[in-house]
Design a protein around this ligand. Structure first.
Ligand code: PEP
Ligand code: MN
Length: 259
């Protein structure tokens, strides 16, 4: 599939969308809202890495179809997580970019498979940091992806497991300047999963931009209270639109635009 560039200098790529792809109406509302804001990407999970086997596991291929339709209709690049080596080709046949989640950072067989599957078409890969991984371990694991020759790998800080329980995970904002010092890969900051609560998202997103992130990930949902996963941390579409106004000001202050 063809894709729009993941990251260009002077820009912050916004990767917003629901935690899980749930149905056509949800995806239409989110896709239309993101396109209205002039954004280029939509995220959403079809294969979900849930802590409990009794939680919603995602729509699988049906979700991938909804994602592809939404992307096509609104001119958005599509990003979804791939959890299993057996699903790599299927997922790539529907979406533009692949996400490797925190729980799979050290699933080296998956990394090798995604590295080789994207070696030729250079499909973007968003590579999340393991929730208990050091930056060294993360960068070393990233080489499984880059080894095949795909230059479109973006790292993603998404919070660490610490003793702190006031937030879902502890966002390591230091990862942004450290990655810039140690790697040429761009870095995204996922502010939703560390926050765990929607009201913390604006502060974390502003901090990430001020720290120099190249991309932001924010979960949004037309009706967070009804969401099938991660409801408490998802922003309504109205809250996201007004946050975008604030974030564009911070981005301008550091010489960037949000796309
Ligand atoms: C996600 O972005 O949908 C997700 C499950 O994130 P993480 O792997 O960071 O928990
Ligand atoms: Mn989520």
């Amino acid at each position: 599939m063809s894709y729009v560039p993941y990251h260009q200098s002077g820009t912050i790529t916004m990767l917003a969308g629901p935690c899980s792809i749930e149905d056509a109406e949800q995806m239409e509302l989110v896709g239309a809202a993101l396109a209205d804001l002039g954004l280029h990407w939509i995220r959403g999970g079809a294969f979900k890495p849930r802590t409990s086997p009794y939680s919603f596991q995602g729509l699988g291929e049906e979700g991938l179809k909804l994602m592809a339709d939404t992307g096509k209709k609104h001119g958005l690049g599509t990003l979804t997580e791939v959890m299993d080596t057996a699903h790599v080709d299927l997922v790539m046949s529907y979406v533009d970019a692949l996400q490797i989640g925190t729980r799979n950072m050290a699933n080296f067989d998956l990394l090798k498979r995604v590295g080789s599957a994207t070696a030729e078409n250079h499909a973007p890969v968003l590579f999340k940091r393991g929730m208990a991984a050091t930056i060294d371990e993360w960068l070393s694991a990233a080489e499984y992806l880059t080894q095949g020759g795909n230059p479109n790998i973006m790292l993603c800080e998404r919070g660490l497991r610490t003793f702190e329980t006031a937030t879902r995970f502890t966002l390591d904002i230091s990862a942004v300047p450290v990655i810039h010092k140690r790697s040429l890969l761009p870095i995204c900051v996922d502010v939703s999963h560390p926050a765990g609560q929607a009201d913390l998202i604006p502060s974390l997103a502003k901090a990430a931009i001020a720290a120099g992130c190249d991309s932001l990930m924010i979960e949004v949902h037309p009706n967070p209270q009804q969401a099938k996963s991660d409801g408490p941390q998802q922003l309504t579409l109205a809250a996201f639109a007004s946050l975008m106004d604030e974030l564009r000001v911070i981005a301008a202050a550091v010489g960037k635009t949000i796309v």
